[in-house]
Design a protein around this ligand. Structure first.
Ligand SMILES: [Zn+2]
Length: 471
């Protein structure tokens, strides 16, 4: 195993970053790669002259904004949050599933930083409360990042969330998301058929859109006309007809589906969120043995997704005929494969994680630094985890389940039929399998299973403590 002496990696230096840049401070050190903000073609709104003038007044925010981009890219952050609080302005980021505190800025620096970012994204920099969203491109050295900015008022002032996506980042394959072998095999069978409805569930922030993109990528765009309709558009595709509903005056999702059905006659309709009864209804009208629907819904698990559709009062017969599969997911930290350590968990720790001890075998936990030399794993810089994956629950619709949906069977009956027929692979089944395969830990599995039980629409930010090195 490659090991080296512990030293501050990019994350370490990031955590030391107290007060990224200061207004009007003379630059005397090596600042790192150049950073350039440019409008995103076709997506950044034209700034009004008064916004540009406002941005010029706060031009000193440029240097902290550039520094923030460099740091975020260095730690592979996929989200940055800037939030006014009682003690200043907090900057945090999410990187590989962990939330890190970056800095507390003085209000003046933060005001400049926020103004520069908002002007770059083509939103009103002087508006602190009304929800706004915009886009810009950040070129950091040789890499190019698509940035989506959302700003809104918060109880203590203003909040900005920036989502970062590397332009060159490829669409993930369904094989790489975290499905167990059995789940993957059945999902591939479903996606190989020409029609039907496949739904991807989970709470916000659980990675549903990545799964949706991967499922869409499994459909051949040269054999099928694919229409993608998005409430928020994140990425551009060359082979898919895309309709973004994120500008003022956009039609509703249901209207957009009806319109594209008429004008484009698609074989496949993909929607990023089925959030209302009208959308669910028009999708059920569209889907048959030749026409496919892929979409996501908010829901704790597969049966709550099904329940939500039934609450939308869609035609049960149509739904029962159309539905092929429902997945639900949660993100977990992925174990570093270089330093993971095998162990046999006792029944207490299994029970605490929500697993039955009778089925569990050998599990894995993060490596710890050598007690004498204190050398840490070079692969994960001693964190024990590297990257993220999803744990999935899957429900594949079999004839007994189909009949119960059509005839108005209770959710408990549907669950029993699905379990008995082996068409429901639950979160705990999948999590146990992935834990025993050494992909994640009991600690992470425990969070998934607890979250599934205590799911509420408002999801709390994950609490990161001790990085799970000693358990
Ligand atoms: Zn490691």
């Amino acid at each position: 195993m490659a090991r080296r002496k512990k030293k501050a990696g990019p994350l370490g230096s990031l955590l030391k970053m107290i007060g990224i840049g200061r207004p009007k401070k003379k630059q005397t050190r090596d600042v790192g790669p150049p950073v350039e903000f440019t409008p995103t073609k076709g997506r950044t709104a034209e700034p009004k002259p008064e916004w540009t003038a406002y941005g010029e007044k706060y031009a000193y925010g440029r240097e902290p904004a550039e520094e923030l981009m460099r740091r975020a890219v260095a730690v592979k952050a996929d989200e940055i949050t800037i939030r006014s609080g009682a003690h200043g302005v907090e900057v945090t980021c999410k990187a590989e599933g962990e939330t890190h505190s970056l800095a507390t800025l003085d209000p003046e620096t933060a005001k400049g930083l926020m103004a520069v970012l908002k002007v770059a994204a083509g939103v009103n920099p002087a508006e602190p409360r009304k929800p706004q969203h915009g886009f810009f491109t950040a070129v950091v050295g040789a890499s190019k990042w698509e940035m989506r900015l959302q700003s809104s008022g918060s109880s203590s002032g203003e909040k900005i969330i920036l989502r970062l996506r590397n332009e060159k980042e490829p669409v993930r394959k369904i094989e790489d998301l975290g499905f167990t072998d059995k789940q993957l095999e059945r999902l591939k069978e479903v996606l190989a058929k020409p029609g039907g409805m496949t739904l991807i569930g989970g709470p916000p922030g659980s990675g549903r859109s990545v799964t949706l993109q991967a499922c869409m990528a499994a459909v051949d765009p040269f054999l099928h006309e694919i229409n993608l309709i998005e409430s928020v558009s994140d990425r551009r595709y060359d082979t898919v007809h895309q309709i973004a509903l994120d500008s003022p005056g956009s039609p509703s999702m249901a209207e957009a589906i009806k319109s594209t059905r008429r004008t484009k006659q698609p074989d496949v309709i993909v929607v990023d969120e089925i959030a209302d009864a009208q959308t669910a209804g028009v999708l059920c009208e569209f889907v048959d043995d030749e026409h496919r629907v892929l979409g996501t819904l908010r829901g704790s698990d597969t049966l709550s997704v099904l329940n939500k559709l039934l609450e939308f009062k869609v035609d049960r017969d149509k739904l029962a005929h159309a539905l092929q599969a429902i997945t639900a997911q949660r993100l977990v930290r992925k174990l570093c494969q270089s330093c993971k350590q095998e162990y046999r968990p006792n029944s207490d720790s299994l029970r605490r994680a929500g697993l039955s001890s009778s089925r569990a075998g050998t599990m894995y936990r993060p490596g710890v630094p050598d007690p004498e030399t204190q050398v840490v794993c070079a692969e994960c810089e001693g964190r024990g985890y590297k990257g993220q994956m999803a744990i999935f629950e899957t429900l594949f619709i079999t004839d007994p389940v189909r009949e119960l949906i059509a005839s108005g069977g209770a959710m408990s009956q549907i669950r029993m039929a699905a379990k008995a027929g082996g068409s429901l692979i639950s979160f705990s089944d999948a999590a146990l399998r992935q834990g025993m395969a050494g992909l994640t830990t009991l600690e992470e599995i425990g969070k998934v299973l607890a979250d599934r039980k205590s799911f509420r629409p408002k999801i709390r930010a994950p609490q990161i403590s001790g990085l799970g090195l000693a358990s």
